[in-house]
Design a protein. Structure first.
Length: 397
């Protein structure tokens, strides 16, 4: 059944803000780190580390963000995110010293915590309740194109205007595009299918038997998936080159990562309403483990390409599962607060994991690091099966 026009407008507006948010934060160093290093002489590792600092800040504030969205709705939080992005990116563009640059990333990190997927999912869950699965899935499609749009845009701006002016253009996008769009976000009241207007407000509900174990296990699965994902995003080309591929070939295969994510999300969006979202998480964990295992053992270009696509597809739908499984398991009333709590460990690990992987590569080599990553993904696939059994036992009780 087609969505109401109002819901489509909400998803489109929030989706464009997500595209801008991801492109000007998580994907920022992809094309701007090298020009910044060349111009300033600052260490490249520290420049790239700004993203890790930002993710740490996002993780630290995520529980409070979830509580605020649960109490007041998503619009004030999302609007604050756009303002923080503009401020942080302006500080980065003006930074005369490395420490000022890092202060800018603290502001950008606060913007990430109040505006990227976890906050947006919580806002949609509060607004639409149990019917938020479709909007959450659609929202991830916009974010999936962030690197496709902002890597070429960032490279063009850096070459034409310089990296500092590129930061100012990014800041302007948040003020002139993202902020007006998120200000159209409803205040928190949504019409149910029968036309009645309902307000989702945070309600204290006593945990059911076994629920604490389910929450802990779900948090562990999401955290491991986030850690694996951040490592692969940073080290993918190195992983492919370690299998004997030339740099140009590895880059060519790497360009398929984004389309594979988006393609898997489109498929999930077409068929996902027919089954419980925990099956999306099962498929995600299995695909990530299978893709990494194949990359560990394969040497041919064809098999490595297929392995990367399988992994990317699994990682792509993990973001859908991240938003929809807690909603299905625990209901809309507690969803914003739970999303904030679940985001806390995963964002912290997402920030630290690439650095830990780099240390592992230095000490043990890339092959050992990939093998360890594959083992962690296999453990995660087992954990999702354990979560599935716990949920069945809870529902049967």
């Amino acid at each position: 059944m087609p969505w109401p026009q109002e819901r489509s407008r909400v998803v489109a507006a929030l989706g464009v803000a997500q595209l801008i948010g991801w492109g000007t934060s998580f994907y920022f160093p992809g094309v701007l780190a090298a020009p910044i290093a060349a111009d300033t002489g600052w260490p490249l590792s520290t420049i790239v580390g700004g993203v890790s600092l930002g993710l740490l800040v996002a993780g630290l504030i995520s529980p409070q963000v979830g509580r605020i969205i649960g109490a007041r709705g998503g619009r004030p939080v999302l609007a604050t995110s756009a303002l923080l992005y503009a401020a942080g990116l302006s500080i980065i563009g003006l930074a005369p010293a490395l420490w000022v640059y890092l202060i800018g990333w603290i502001a950008v990190g606060a913007a990430m915590g109040t505006g990227l997927y976890d906050a947006a999912f919580a806002a949609l869950g509060r607004l639409y309740g149990a019917s938020a699965r479709g909007p959450i899935t659609a929202l991830t499609l916009f974010g999936g194109f962030a690197s496709t749009v902002f890597w070429p845009l960032g490279a063009f701006l850096a070459a034409a205007l310089g990296w500092r002016n590129a930061c100012f253009v990014y800041a302007a996008l948040h003020l002139l595009v993202a902020l007006p769009l998120v200000l159209t976000f409803p205040t928190g009241k949504a019409a149910s299918p029968d036309g009645a207007v309902k307000t989702a407000a945070p309600v204290a509900i006593a945990p059911r038997a076994g629920e604490s174990r389910i929450i802990v296990l779900l948090a562990l699965i999401l955290t491991l998936s986030a850690g694996i994902g951040s490592i692969v995003v940073v080290h993918l080309l190195l992983m492919l080159e370690a299998r004997g591929l030339a740099v140009a070939v590895a880059v060519s295969i790497g360009t398929l990562f984004g389309p594979a994510q988006v393609g898997a999300r489109i498929i999930e969006g077409l068929f996902g309403a027919r089954y419980h979202p925990i099956w999306t998480m099962v498929a995600s964990c299995a695909a990530m483990a299978l893709g990494l295992a194949a990359m560990t053992a394969a040497t041919g270009i064809g098999i490595l390409t297929a392995a990367m696509i399988v992994y990317a597809a699994g990682y792509g739908i993990m973001w859908i599962a991240r938003g929809t499984v807690p909603l299905a398991l625990f209901g809309a009333e507690r969803y914003p607060v739970l999303m904030g709590r679940l985001a806390f460990p995963s964002l912290i690990v997402q920030a630290l994991a690439p650095f830990a992987a780099a240390l592992a590569v230095e000490r043990y080599g890339i092959e050992a690091m990939v093998a360890g990553l594959t083992a962690i993904a296999a453990v995660n696939a087992v954990l999702i099966l354990a979560l599935f059994r716990l949920c069945r036992a809870r529902d049967a009780a």
